[in-house]
Design a protein around this ligand. Structure first.
Ligand SMILES: *[C@@H]1O[C@H](CO)[C@@H](O)[C@H](O)[C@H]1NC(C)=O
Ligand SMILES: *[C@@H]1O[C@H](CO)[C@@H](O)[C@H](O)[C@H]1NC(C)=O
Ligand SMILES: *[C@@H]1O[C@H](CO)[C@@H](O)[C@H](O)[C@H]1NC(C)=O
Ligand SMILES: *[C@@H]1O[C@H](CO)[C@@H](O)[C@H](O)[C@H]1NC(C)=O
Ligand SMILES: *[C@@H]1O[C@H](CO)[C@@H](O)[C@H](O)[C@H]1NC(C)=O
Ligand SMILES: *[C@@H]1O[C@H](CO)[C@@H](O)[C@H](O)[C@H]1NC(C)=O
Ligand SMILES: *[C@@H]1O[C@H](CO)[C@@H](O)[C@H](O)[C@H]1NC(C)=O
Ligand SMILES: *[C@@H]1O[C@H](CO)[C@@H](O)[C@H](O)[C@H]1NC(C)=O
Length: 639
């Protein structure tokens, strides 16, 4: 990443805010609208400890090819749409998908490598990953299943697809037979590739198979994983989101929960146990899911990042049909089975035992369940009240500790009498000005109804799937809205920007919080990422009253505190810079985090121009002067 100071200089922008923090110095800026803010130390409301979290669903290759560690694409030939995608032959062989040799009940085909009679060299196949395999200086784990008579060396390599450069070269000795698939697993060190155009290769001694064939299945390649988990998350992509310190994870969707048809919905019990027993599915965002990132992996992700899981359960609505009434009852029971799998005792309950067998003895912690997804849409409205009540009753009767989230907040799609203590889920994707118009959305709501803004984000387009990147003005509009959320976080319990991340070669919806591709250092946090991080990592447990010399707009603010630590958040949604004099009695030092850049600039791959700058603030005697550039977002954290 570039130095932010250089970036601003090269853009010809002043960086005077950096020099003026902490003392009311002179400034060349036109601050005709200086604002005074006086933070009071008493009289505030409690703020939800879970306010800032994340939403994840498999889309834009966010999971397979994304945060899930496994790097090879189409590794189990799951779904119906991929064919031979990502496979290449190495040497003079014929490769094809072989339905006559399933690896397991779930992985219903394998790759046949047919070797000609005159073969003498090492031959085999390559997998090119998700438009390339990211190859770093790191230890990789790799595994595959093999069927066919072979005894000898198998060579695994990470190779530049065009350059032919070999970054990793590893031999293992195997013995496989044609009576069954045998699993092999190994690990090896790799050197770093300068680009993303790499592939994983498996070759074997062709002379030993001349005139015959071998079959391979469920090939896997993992870089180091987050917290070193088996079948874990990609360490580099997980670390980026871990830095936000999100407080909850809503999963597995989103549309991807629902299914294009009833039968292709996300099914919890096909996402557990050994990966070779997971069939995957043709999913909602136009490509198959392997479900290697399954229910237990999601729960592990939550545990490793200290997030509260918010589990979405399928509640009868798919895009190809809706079930309700009697027909829905088996699915209600299926959800109870899922909850028993997560929460049941590992010896006395059927599904709790299954969880233990799959490697997790301790029950997971689960306190939030959402019934469905966006049931006010796509034909779900009429039946949702009844469907909601069916699920609510079953879950609440068995697990009264679980807080239920309602999938929408449209009164015409909800039961006339909602149970107490449920949370209503509101989603929106809007243009920047429209988001700012919602600043006071929660100010005058009844204080006895909790809400969650389960998905939101600025989209500067009317096109359904516009492709572009977050930009400073849009991210500032999100900050304005989040200030509104935080001011109302007595009733706004949770909020999540969405979507979370995208592989930039497979975007069907943008922007996302961060993006990446196969190249080194391709991980690109958006300007919105920095807003999320600044807000989530600087939040007090109590919202404080602030007296001000002007009303809200174009400058917006909120103050919170935990014990003697105070946080003042500011967003300048306007084209004129602002001088802001903030008083926070009893404080003297801390830091100022500042995100600022030109209105329509953002971060694009390999080009991070705008990121948070942190400055120390000291000897302030409770008074701070902050210069807010147009569209800037800032957090003052002092004690
Ligand atoms: C300062 O900005 C205000 C508002 O944009 C404008 O009316 C005023 O003329 C400016 N003053 C100077 C000295 O530039
Ligand atoms: C094997 O024979 C085929 C057909 O005659 C020929 O095209 C190919 O180059 C030969 N391969 C090797 C490794 O000799
Ligand atoms: C593989 O080896 C077994 C045991 O030696 C033998 O029975 C079988 O015919 C061999 N298969 C092929 C295709 O050569
Ligand atoms: C792997 O085995 C092949 C065949 O025996 C050999 O040519 C090659 O040098 C070996 N590679 C490594 C890295 O040991
Ligand atoms: C998953 O649960 C459904 C419904 O209870 C059941 O019909 C199906 O056989 C289960 N599948 C697996 C793989 O256990
Ligand atoms: C909230 O309070 C209002 C006014 O007392 C009442 O009409 C409404 O039913 C309450 N809502 C909930 C969810 O308790
Ligand atoms: C926002 O939308 C407008 C109108 O479509 C377009 O001209 C502009 O380039 C967009 N800006 C960004 C940052 O995407
Ligand atoms: C606390 O909540 C009340 C009721 O909505 C509201 O009037 C007041 O402004 C809130 N106080 C703060 C500091 O946000």
């Amino acid at each position: 990443m570039k130095s932010p100071i250089l970036t601003y200089a090269s853009l010809g922008l002043a960086t005077c805010f950096a020099m003026n923090v902490g003392f009311a110095g002179a400034s060349a800026h036109n601050h005709s609208h200086a604002v005074n803010l006086a933070v009071k130390d008493e009289g505030g409301n409690k703020s939800s400890p879970l306010l800032y979290g994340i939403m994840f669903e498999e889309m834009d290759r966010s999971g397979d090819g994304g945060i899930h560690g496994q790097l090879l694409q189409n590794n189990g030939f799951q779904g119906k749409s991929l064919g031979m995608t990502a496979y290449k032959s190495v040497g003079d062989v014929d490769i094809s998908q072989d339905h006559s040799k399933p690896v397991s009940k779930a992985i219903t085909s394998s790759l046949q490598v047919a070797v000609p009679k005159n073969a003498t060299k090492f031959v085999g196949f390559a997998n090119t990953g998700y438009k390339g395999v990211p190859v770093k200086q790191a230890k990789y784990k790799s595994s595959f299943y093999m069927k066919g008579n072979y005894s000898g060396t198998v060579t695994l390599q990470l190779v530049g697809s065009h350059s032919g450069t070999i970054y990793a070269d590893h031999n293992l000795t195997v013995k496989s037979s044609d009576s069954k698939f045998t699993p092999f697993e190994t690990s090896f060190q790799s050197k770093a590739s300068p680009d993303g155009e790499n592939e994983w290769r498996l070759t074997f001694d062709g002379s030993k198979v001349a005139g015959n064939s071998l079959n391979f299945g469920l090939v896997q390649l993992f870089p180091p994983t987050f917290h070193d988990r088996e079948n874990g998350l990609r360490d580099d992509l997980a670390t980026v989101i871990d830095k936000v310190k999100p407080k909850f994870l809503r999963f597995p969707g989103g549309n991807n929960l629902e299914g294009v048809k009833i039968d292709s919905r996300w099914k919890w019990n096909t996402t557990i146990g050994p990966v070779v027993d997971r069939p995957g599915r043709e999913a909602d965002w136009g490509y198959p899911n392997t479900d290697a990132l399954g229910l237990d992996e999601y729960m592990q992700w939550c545990e490793d990042m200290g997030m509260a899981p918010l589990l979405g359960v399928w509640a009868g609505k798919s895009y190809g049909g809706i079930l309700s009434g009697e027909e829905l009852e088996p699915y209600v029971q299926d959800t109870l089975n899922e909850l028993e799998y997560l929460l049941g005792d590992s010896t006395t309950t059927h599904y709790g035992r299954l969880r233990a067998k799959n490697g997790r003895t301790e029950p997971w912690k689960l306190n939030y369940v959402e019934i469905g997804n966006e049931d006010q849409l796509t034909g779900g409205c009429d039946t949702y009240p009844e469907r909601f009540n069916q699920f609510y009753k079953a879950i609440h009767d068995h697990y009264p500790h679980i807080t239920i989230v309602v999938s929408n907040a449209d009164p015409s799609c909800l039961p006339s009498q909602l149970p107490k203590n449920v949370i209503l889920d509101v989603h929106f994707y809007l243009k920047d000005d429209q988001i700012v118009d919602k600043f006071n959305q929660w100010d005058n709501q009844p204080r006895n109804q909790s809400v969650m803004v389960g998905e939101y984000g600025c989209r500067n387009t009317t096109q359904a799937t516009g492709v572009y990147w977050s930009y400073m003005r849009g991210s500032c509009s999100e900050a304005v809205y989040m200030i509104g959320l935080e001011r109302n976080s007595d009733i706004v319990k949770m909020a999540a920007y969405a979507p979370l991340l995208a592989h930039r070669e497979y975007i069907s919806w943008s922007p996302t919080l961060y993006g990446f591709d196969s190249r080194p250092d391709s991980i690109t946090p958006s300007t919105s990422y920095y807003v999320q991080k600044m807000f989530a990592t600087n939040k007090g447990d109590t919202v404080l009253p602030v007296s001000s010399s002007t009303g809200f707009g174009p400058l917006y603010w909120v103050a919170t505190k935990t014990d003697s630590k105070y946080y003042v958040k500011l967003a300048n949604y306007g084209s004129v810079s602002k001088k802001v004099d903030v008083s926070v009695p009893g404080t003297e030092k801390g830091k100022l985090e500042m995100l600022s850049g030109p209105e329509y600039h953002g971060n694009t791959p390999m080009n991070v121009k705008i990121e948070t700058i942190t400055m120390d603030v000291s000897d302030a005697n409770g008074k701070y002067t902050i210069h807010m550039e147009p569209w800037a977002v800032a957090v003052l954290a002092v004690s």
